[in-house]
Design a protein around this ligand. Structure first.
Ligand SMILES: Cc1cc2nc3c(=O)[nH]c(=O)nc-3n(C[C@H](O)[C@H](O)[C@H](O)COP(=O)(O)OP(=O)(O)OC[C@H]3O[C@@H](n4cnc5c(N)ncnc54)[C@H](O)[C@@H]3O)c2cc1C
Length: 407
């Protein structure tokens, strides 16, 4: 039996960030994870400024990661639905908020190893097996692993993804739903420049979103009806490049050099409790949203940072009052955001004229009224209720300087 302060199950980006934050605060952390990332994952994740500050707090930004990421200088929404009420094209510019970029776009296959290496440097103890279950023991939680070990801590963090074993062990139920959509994630080279602009084309089967990568290359998240997504997946590189070129209306020039691709069926999930029985849910163990507006991992990193904030200086980091506070704080951020994303997505899928008209009217208002547009951009970056400590740090002025706290 191993005794630590906190057990983290799952070495996805959320679990690794939580493990690093807790270790940085001086906690003894055990990470239970058989798999640490997937080098073939084609996804990139757009991380907004608060998440970048968290990476700086962990000592991972700017560093070598910066050279392999690309700033998101503008976000553009284009109505490609062909609906009766067409929304105007709108471009969000972070300069209106006094920021040079909304954030940066990271390949997950680079972000996860960087977080994992940092966790090891910070002394996080790795158990190279998955979590098999958890039981309460007096004043603690005991986690069993798939290789028969037993670890004990005052608290456990469930970062073991949407089918979380620890969530189940905590007795937490979920609300789940499926969308009639599958996302194709890939990347491609293009002859024109992207100018740091991420473009979300709203189509009837869902968004078709290009996100800048270094050089003349972009990541693509293309949401389609499942049958169509499977057809796209089966195309040759040349045929897929031609389809992507049509999807972008040629705005990025000639499309070529398609990267690895993968399909992601679209689901939604929200846990009915975000923490219970000494187990705190973070990331996709707590909430799953479709990739619209780059919210999923940004919310998950706020989960990790919030859990670390509440645990700071606590003798018992799994006490009931702390768990109740975590539940209330995270629910306030996650649930309204999840509803907005759901509504955006369904307004595309439904084909109801009233919903289409509502979407077009909403986007027109954002386009015309600066204060409304700035409020929407601010909301996309961070919740109005405030940010955890690690996300309120000034970014280093240059590559060499250390992060300075302004909290
Ligand atoms: C196409 C696409 C594009 C996206 N783009 C963005 C974006 O631009 N911005 C953004 O913020 N978000 C984005 N997201 C969302 C983002 O990818 C997810 O929110 C994020 O990867 C979830 O991280 P996680 O650590 O919670 O879960 P996961 O990445 O699922 O990690 C869970 C980990 O737990 C492990 N595990 C499973 N079971 C166990 C067990 N029993 N014991 C131990 N470990 C276990 C798994 O192997 C895995 O390593 C996107 C998602 C998709 C599908």
């Amino acid at each position: 039996m191993t005794d630590v302060d906190v057990i983290v199950a799952g070495a996805g980006p959320a679990g690794l960030a939580a493990a690093c934050l807790l270790a940085l605060d001086g906690r003894r952390v055990a990470l239970v994870a058989r798999k640490q990332g997937d080098a073939t994952d084609p996804r990139t994740v757009a991380l907004m400024q608060p998440s970048i500050r968290l990476l700086a707090h962990l000592g991972l930004w700017p560093g070598t990661l910066k050279d392999q990421t690309e700033p998101l200088r503008k976000l553009r929404l284009i109505d490609d639905t062909g609906a009766m009420f067409k929304a105007p094209t709108i471009t969000f510019d972070p300069v209106e908020l006094g920021e040079e970029a909304f954030g940066w776009n990271f390949p997950l296959r680079l972000l996860i190893p960087a977080l994992f290496a940092r966790a090891r440097e910070l002394g996080v103890d790795l158990t190279d097996a998955d979590a098999a279950g958890a039981q309460p023991v007096s004043g603690a939680v005991s986690v069993t692993t798939t290789d028969g070990r037993r670890l004990q801590a005052r608290a456990a963090i469930a970062a073991d993804g949407r089918n979380s074993v620890l969530r189940e062990a905590a007795g937490i139920r979920t609300n789940r739903w499926a969308y009639e959509q599958t996302a194709l994630a890939t990347s491609f080279a293009h002859s024109g420049a992207h100018d740091g602009i991420s473009t979300e084309h709203h189509r009837q089967a869902g968004p078709f979103t290009t996100v800048p990568m270094p050089g003349n290359r972009s990541a693509l998240v293309w949401m389609e009806r499942p049958e169509r997504a499977s057809q796209l997946m089966a195309l040759s590189d040349a045929d897929l490049a031609a389809e992507i070129q049509i999807g972008t209306h040629g705005a990025l020039g000639r499309v070529f050099d398609i990267g690895p691709r993968r399909l992601f069926p679209m689901q939604g999930l929200v846990a009915r409790d975000f923490a219970k029985n000494r187990i705190i849910l973070i990331g996709e163990a707590a909430h799953v949203v479709p990739p619209i507006g780059a919210q999923g991992l940004n919310m998950s990193l706020r989960d990790a940072a919030q859990a670390a904030d509440l645990m700071e200086g606590e003798d018992d980091p799994g006490n009931a009052a702390l768990l109740a506070k975590y539940d209330a704080l995270r629910r306030r951020d996650v649930q309204p955001r999840q509803q907005v994303i759901d509504m955006m997505n369904r307004s595309l899928l439904s084909g109801f004229v009233a919903l289409e008209a509502g979407r077009a009217a909403g986007i027109s208002l954002l386009q015309q009224f600066g204060p409304l547009r700035r409020a929407a951009m601010q909301y996309g970056l961070a919740p109005s209720s405030g940010l955890p400590r690690a996300m309120r740090l000034a970014l280093p002025a240059d590559q060499g300087s250390a992060p300075t706290s302004i909290a």
